[in-house]
Write a protein that binds this ligand. Structure first.
Ligand SMILES: [Zn+2]
Length: 221
């Protein structure tokens, strides 16, 4: 039976690496995949991992209808044996419904990879719909670690090293500048829940350690 599988985890949990591994395993057995990604760090139309591997992909823009796109490909003589979707957290809920239809009506396996929650520890809409519809959810076990050494379960957005909890849900990482502060460096860091609640990033923890006379600035209870 074909399945909609949601491989979920934090940032840095190795999900794009696993997506590329699945692609490699299947294509080396002569199977033909359709690969989609969105807002990949390597640019439009790419699926890349932090380990440096990259492959071509179809950019899953807002207006992409997965079902219609695959029907179009198949009816023009193309072959598809399975579907991989990376950065699925960025998809609209309706697009996840389309993926479920691809599984049920086209009888293709769909492997969706995504971050579960955003920097405010709220579910991304695409991930929420995947949790609701997936036949199976796999929580990736490649453990990302917080700076304290504990298992990192939460994603933090940082501006110049300090954790922020407000702003647009989607700001692609490794970019410089945002609306409020054009020179600021926006980044992401994975943290354990304790340090996410206390808003302590590696940079603020280091700064606190270097100035023992300054008590940690910490609004957490
Ligand atoms: Zn921690």
């Amino acid at each position: 039976m074909p399945e909609l599988v949601f491989f979920s985890g934090t940032m840095d949990c190795g999900k794009s690496t696993l997506a590329l591994q699945i692609e490699h395993n299947r294509s080396s057995r002569g199977l033909q995949g359709m690969i989609y990604s969105r807002n990949d760090r390597a640019g439009r139309g790419k699926l890349s991992s932090r380990l440096g591997l990259v492959t071509e992909a179809v950019e899953a823009a807002d207006d992409l209808d997965f079902y219609a796109h695959l029907i179009g490909h198949l009816s023009s003589g193309g072959r598809v044996d399975y579907v991989i979707v990376d950065e699925a957290q960025f998809l609209a809920p309706e697009q996840i419904d389309q993926l479920a239809r691809v599984v049920d009506d086209l009888e293709l396996d769909v492997f969706a990879f995504g971050i579960t929650t955003d920097f405010r520890s709220k579910l991304f809409p695409g991930s929420q719909r995947l949790v609701e519809l997936a036949d199976r959810i796999e929580v990736l076990q490649v453990e990302a670690l917080c700076w304290c050494g504990a298992r990192a379960t939460h994603n933090a957005r940082t501006v110049d090293g300090r954790m922020v909890v407000e702003g647009a849900q989607v700001v692609v990482g490794d970019v410089v500048g945002d609306v409020d502060s054009p020179q600021a460096e926006v980044g992401y860091e994975v943290l354990c829940r304790r340090h996410h609640r206390r808003r302590q990033t590696s940079a603020t923890a280091r700064a606190a350690a270097l100035s023992p006379d300054v008590l940690p600035v910490d609004g957490a209870k």
